[in-house]
Ligand binder design. Structure first.
Ligand code: PMP
Length: 407
């Protein structure tokens, strides 16, 4: 049961009132990026209109206000994922940058030729390519945790993949291509049994599930602001403090130092050691407001509502002749990835767009798992807290219309 009223919440999202091709917008591409509520938009405006200044520099009033808001946002996000300390929260550009940061700092210092990194078959390219770069640089090996026919990870196979050379597990919390919610708590416990740290890609989890990094006990957790109703260009790398303390800085520059001379430079304390240069100040503040918004709506309510949407859409869409849903795990977030007999995903996407319906088509930056299921592209509808049953009806009607046109 849910206490969420999507119609009331829709009023918070100005973009949902617009039209596309003279039709009301039906936005079902939320796994790519979510729309922004008024308080987030207002936070960006407010910052630029009233207290724009660089942070951590100068003692003038605007600099103090900006610094306070930026550091305040960090604490909001700390609470959002229940991290033990704000020092464990590094502002980055997004999930992609977070994972690259771990690969290039922790990875470069802790891995050597022959060491093994376990990733899953369903990873986004952002959790594959950084490890391949490291493979080219260091000669590490990448081993792939398999998925079953439903699109779930094979945990027995996972457990058997550990060897004395295994140094890291890097796995997604929720798959953007299949919707599968992975048992990352259990996977973390298994990794820790082998004394191996785990990185969790939380990009598709933080907008949908209550995430508690201490309960998960994961070592690294990465996410993007723009998929959780916040601005683009900002995200978080969470890492346990003990790990961050051992990691060398990544980018060098202002903000991340204590003292600089040509002979020797000392680095700032956590978390600033990993935040070289002027950060995305407005975006960080906006992301803090997005976290407040989600907390206010309630993650349990969001999860329950999106589950209702998923169940309804799965029923409706399964009944469409020739439609195959890729990814049928019992534990799924609000993502339906599908292919249709005789209709190319791209044509479907273009024709639905004419009806005002925005879905995603293509490989979803997860080429390996699509190939595993024997397809190059799928159409994907992904839900957010503001979607409604009526929008799913419109999607289903649209798919029927396209089928008729194409046959
Ligand atoms: N991982 C997953 C599971 C994702 O869905 C995405 C975004 N599609 C990313 C990583 C990359 O996020 P970003 O592009 O915001 O860095």
């Amino acid at each position: 049961d849910t206490n969420l009223d999507p119609w009331a919440l829709r009023e918070d999202f100005p973009i949902l009132a617009r039209q596309v091709h003279e039709q009301p917008l039906i936005y079902l591409d939320n796994a790519a990026t979510t729309q922004k509520p008024q308080p987030v938009i207002e936070a960006l405006n407010h910052y630029y209109r009233d207290y724009n200044a660089n942070i951590h520099r100068g003692l003038h009033q605007l600099a103090e206000l900006a610094t306070e808001a930026y550091e305040g946002a960090r604490v909001k996000l700390q609470h959002y994922i229940h991290a033990a300390s704000h020092k464990e929260m590094i502002f980055v550009r997004g999930t992609t940058e977070a994972i690259n940061l771990v690969a290039q700092t922790w990875g470069r210092t802790h891995l050597r030729a022959g060491d093994e990194v376990l990733v899953s078959m369903m990873e986004h390219h952002a959790n594959i390519v950084p490890w391949q770069l490291l493979r080219d640089q260091l000669g590490i090996q990448i081993k792939v945790i398999p998925v079953n026919a439903l699109g779930e990870l094979d945990l027995d196979a996972y457990q058997q993949m550990f060897t004395p050379q295994t140094r890291l597990v890097a796995v997604t919390h929720v798959s953007n291509a299949l919707g599968t919610i992975n048992p990352v708590r259990e996977m973390t416990a298994i990794a820790h049994d082998f004394n191996v740290p785990i990185l969790v890609d939380g990009a598709q989890a933080v907008p949908h599930l209550q995430v508690d990094v201490q309960a998960l006990d994961c070592d690294f957790y990465a996410f993007s602001g723009h998929k959780m109703y916040g601005p683009t260009g900002i995200g978080i790398l969470y890492a346990k403090q003990a790990l961050l303390e051992q990691m060398p800085p990544w980018q060098g520059g202002g903000e991340m130092i204590k003292q600089v001379s040509f002979a020797q430079t000392t680095y700032a304390d956590l978390p600033h050691r990993f935040e070289a240069g002027t950060p995305a100040i407005a975006q960080a503040i906006g992301l803090g407001v997005a976290a407040d918004y989600l907390t206010h709506v309630g993650l349990e309510n969001i999860q329950a509502w999106e589950h209702e949407l998923l169940t309804y859409a799965t029923e409706q869409m399964s009944a469409i002749e020739g439609l195959r849903i890729i990814g049928q795990a019992p534990n799924k977030a609000g993502v339906i990835s599908f292919v249709m007999q005789d209709v190319h995903a791209q044509d479907l996407g273009l024709l639905l767009d004419q009806l005002g319906i925005a879905i995603r088509t293509g490989h979803h930056c997860a080429m390996p798992v699509l190939h595993h299921f024997g397809v190059n592209a799928t159409a994907r509808a992904s839900f957010a807290l503001y979607n409604t049953f009526e929008e799913i009806d419109a999607l289903v009607a649209g798919i029927h219309k396209v089928r008729q046109m194409m046959s």
